[in-house]
Design a protein around this ligand. Structure first.
Ligand SMILES: [Zn+2]
Length: 423
């Protein structure tokens, strides 16, 4: 395959502090990987066909570190409840319907189209506990050309009867899920998905820890999202001091391979532990507000150099697009600052970094236009410029992000390949 040349106006974050802007530059892509981003096209590439997006903005694709595919159809519902009653009243009854193949297929296709529309090119996704329909989600996702991780949820306690597995079934179906998905696709892989501590017995967590070790698997779950939830975990595991240490006790904190979503009420001890273990935290600002969960002390976590990314957390959140979570991230950081003046609010470039290169690290070399990164990018159509009011690239990006106008995303590429809307 000859190199692919993309001409346009690029903006990205190599580090959290600054936007790198390259106007009228060339992105050279070889076998789906960024070879270089240059102002002048080197002679050896002259004559190759060029994708000309000279009037447009080109940014890395968004990475969603935490979302729930079955819940997309429930966006915008039930935010008069906090987490635990919301799960019992709305989410568990909905997820129990995913035993039905026809119902699941309609919902999952709708989710994938929305994910594509949103400009999310990589995502770490929860299915439900059901083997067959989570396999269907995996197949649809692999077929879409988008990248990510798909998890069959494990839950053998504290749910409604229609959405509870036995420990044996949970483990058997997890093994089956792995046998049908591991190593099948370059871009989409399975991820172990114990829902959260209250949903999984000691035996199930212990065995999942062993399976993770055996196959060297990634893991995703939730931690410290809501005060009542944290208290419940203490009640269920009085022998263990903190929520995070329950995961630690069962081998579920795998360095650079575990994502924990929310992480709002971490104790000092947990912050140290999760930093040492190189655990990815998925910041889910919109869900944290909708469910009255709280505001993550993001600046403190950034100061500690924790691994961080952004999660849409649909349907605790009402928006699947990561742009809405980027602005939500900045707004909540502002609010947090009012009562915590030592925690400087995050900047737009920092939030953008979390949504691209920060979370992208979980998927490999993803989320930047530096050499060696996967060529995942979006082409954003710019509005006609007012000659009396010219804007810099950074200003154009800022207005696009705050508008969260997904209709302006004209093209999506993953590893150098254009992705069409899933059907
Ligand atoms: Zn979640």
């Amino acid at each position: 395959m000859p190199p692919l040349i993309v001409f346009g106006n690029f903006i990205f974050t190599a580090d959290p502090q600054t936007f790198v802007c390259k106007e009228h530059a060339y992105l050279v892509i070889e076998n789906g990987i960024v070879l270089q981003l240059v102002d002048e096209l080197p002679e050896r590439f002259l004559g190759l066909p060029v994708l000309d997006y000279s009037k447009d903005l080109i940014i890395p694709g968004f990475c969603d570190l935490h979302t729930h595919a079955p819940q997309y159809v429930q966006c915008g519902l039930g935010y008069d409840e906090e987490l635990i009653p919301w799960l019992m009243k709305y989410t568990f009854p909905l997820e129990s319907r995913f035993s039905d193949l026809e119902f699941a297929e309609g919902c999952y296709r709708e989710f994938l189209r929305a994910l594509w529309r949103s400009g999310t090119t990589r995502a770490s996704v929860f299915g439900t506990m059901h083997l067959d329909t989570t396999l269907m989600l995996y197949d649809l996702f692999a077929h879409s050309g988008l990248g990510g991780f798909i998890g069959k949820v494990n839950m053998d306690r504290n749910s409604i009867p229609e959405l509870t597995e036995t420990t044996e079934d949970s483990l058997r179906d997890t093994e089956k899920f792995l046998s049908r998905t591991l190593g099948r696709n370059d871009l989409v892989a399975p991820i172990l998905t114990p829902r959260f501590v209250p949903s999984t017995t000691r035996e199930l967590m212990r065995e999942l820890g062993h399976i993770a070790d055996t196959y060297n698997l990634p893991i995703q779950s939730h931690v410290s999202e809501n005060r009542a939830e944290v208290a419940w975990v203490r009640e269920l595991h009085p022998e263990i001091e903190t929520f995070s240490e329950v995961y630690e006790a069962y081998g579920l904190l795998r360095p650079e391979k575990t994502i924990l979503a929310h992480a709002i009420y971490l104790t000092e001890k947990e912050r140290v532990l999760l930093t040492e273990r190189k655990i990815f935290l998925a910041h889910c600002p919109l869900s944290n507000i909708n469910m009255r969960s709280g505001i993550m002390p993001l600046r403190d976590y950034m100061n500690r150099d924790m691994r961080l990314g952004i999660g849409s957390d649909v349907a605790g959140s009402h928006r699947l697009d990561i742009m809405s979570s980027i602005s939500g991230c900045c707004q909540q950081s502002n609010l947090r600052f009012l009562d915590h003046q030592e925690e400087i609010p995050v900047t737009l470039s920092e939030a953008f970094y979390l949504a691209t290169k920060g979370g992208g690290k979980f998927f490999g070399r993803v989320g930047s236009f530096e050499t060696g990164y996967d060529a995942d990018f979006l082409v954003i159509g710019l509005e006609k410029e007012n000659p009396m009011l010219p804007r810099t690239l950074e200003e154009k990006l800022s207005q696009f992000l705050y508008s969260a106008d997904t209709s302006r995303i004209m093209k999506r590429f993953v590893r150098g390949r254009e992705i069409a809307c899933p059907t």
